[in-house]
Design a protein around this ligand. Structure first.
Ligand code: ATP
Ligand code: MG
Length: 399
């Protein structure tokens, strides 16, 4: 089955647990990825050992997740999450189990997991445990809840986002009953914290199939953040987000531009603030969306003015979004300007504020002179020379 084998440090953790008489399995995303022939992002182990027993066996452990039975084992500077077999109690708030109980058996642990493809366990030796048919579902590229989907989404509404996110990431289909349950239970998403929703949306934005956000919005999963659910026709636009580099910033900016253009948000800032994005991302997305509403620069000087006002990162983000959403070669034009090394900021002028002070300029006059020189140099980049600028500023350089 698996072409991909776990690294030595992971095997070591499994073997230590086993040699002390505990059951230990690789589980969850890493097993799914191994079956798919993809290198796992992280390695999770489930075990019959209680958290305290895991701690005793390894020299370096971190216990931030211990309430949920997870001990992070640090081994040769790698982290491996080791979680005691558990089953979750009821979920009165649709997002946190009321109680977590440790159980002795693997099948109960697998039963609490979200999808069949994530509920497969692999021992270091011996047969794979797949009580819910996860391997067959992976082969058929199907995302299916473990158990009744309505019930599972009632327990934790985030699973609805996870189902659609995995489908976008892996190119899988969400099985019919699971999909119908998303439409039915979508209102429960209102109970989720904005941070968890943000993280899911960001992960979807980083997939090769951003059009999945149409399904997310259409089902009503983002109703708490949007004015309307938009229309089917937005799919094609959303798909274009995936042609941007796989980075959060340009992808959030493009997403906001699409929502704003369609009147689905009242402001970029309001939308991103509600989703608890950080200040830098909010500012950059706001500027990018404002720029996308204008005609792109046509001359090198217009690009330099834009660079001066917004900085390289925002200009680059806006140029990339423009090309991805509207088509065009803004990014090439911007790169040519940056490559030319031509001055677009007073910081790059061949004279400094101090030079102008020596010429007797002060305060507003000094600021105006710097801007005048910058404007001149933007027109005549070859003239960004000290003597010449000092002359223009009203004096000659003393020697
Ligand atoms: P990724 O590659 O994105 O990390 P993953 O499947 O490893 O994918 P994680 O969020 O790391 O996803 O979770 C690890 C495992 O824990 C999952 O494979 C699944 O078995 C279980 N799991 C995670 N979140 C939930 C949830 N909300 N409900 C039920 N089980 C979950
Ligand atoms: Mg994982």
């Amino acid at each position: 089955m698996a072409q991909i084998i776990p690294p030595k440090y992971v095997k070591q953790v499994l073997v230590v647990l086993q040699s002390h008489g505990y059951l230990a399995y690789l589980v969850g995303g890493c097993v799914r990825d191994m079956i798919l022939g993809v290198h796992p992002q992280d390695w999770d182990i489930c075990t019959s050992a209680l958290p305290e027993q895991v701690r005793e066996l390894f020299e370096h452990t971190v216990t931030t997740g211990i309430r949920h039975g997870t001990v992070t084992v640090m081994i040769h500077s790698h982290a491996v999450e080791v979680t005691t077999f558990r089953s979750d109690g009821d979920y009165a708030d649709h997002r946190h189990p009321d109680a977590v109980s440790f159980v002795g058996d693997l099948t109960s642990d697998l039963a609490r997991r979200d999808f069949t493809m994530n509920a497969i366990a692999l021992p270091p030796d011996g047969l794979v445990a797949d009580p819910f048919g996860g391997i067959a579902d992976i082969e058929n590229k199907l995302i299916r809840c473990v158990g009744e989907p309505e019930r599972r989404f009632e327990e934790d509404a985030l699973r609805m986002f996870r189902a659609l996110r995995f489908s976008a990431r892996l190119g899988f289909t969400v099985e019919e009953k699971t999909l119908a349950a998303i439409d039915e239970k979508a209102p429960l998403a209102a109970k989720l914290s904005a941070e968890r929703v943000r993280d899911e949306v960001e992960k979807m934005l980083l997939t090769p199939r951003c059009e999945i956000l149409r399904r997310v919005i259409g089902a009503g999963l983002l109703d708490g953040f949007l004015l309307t659910r938009g229309e089917e026709s937005m799919s094609a636009e959303l798909a274009r987000i995936s042609s941007l580099p796989r980075k959060a910033l340009p992808r959030w900016a493009a997403f906001c531009a699409i929502l704003e253009k369609r009147g689905m948000i009242s402001s970029v800032r309001g939308f991103l603030t509600a989703l608890r994005l950080d200040g830098r991302t909010i500012r950059c997305c706001e500027d990018c969306c404002a720029l996308l509403k204008t005609e792109p620069p046509r001359t090198a000087k217009e690009w330099k003015k834009l660079l001066n006002r917004y900085g390289v990162d925002t200009a680059d983000c806006a140029a990339r979004c423009h090309d991805a959403l509207r088509g065009g070669r803004c990014r090439d034009a911007l790169r040519a300007v940056l490559k030319s090394g031509e001055c677009f900021s007073v910081r790059h002028l061949a004279v400094s504020g101090d030079d102008l002070v020596e010429l007797g300029l002060r305060g507003r006059e000094l600021g105006e002179m710097l801007n005048f020189l910058l404007d001149y140099v933007m027109d005549y980049p070859e003239n960004n020379r000290r003597e010449l600028l000092l002359q223009l500023a009203g004096g000659t350089e003393e020697s």
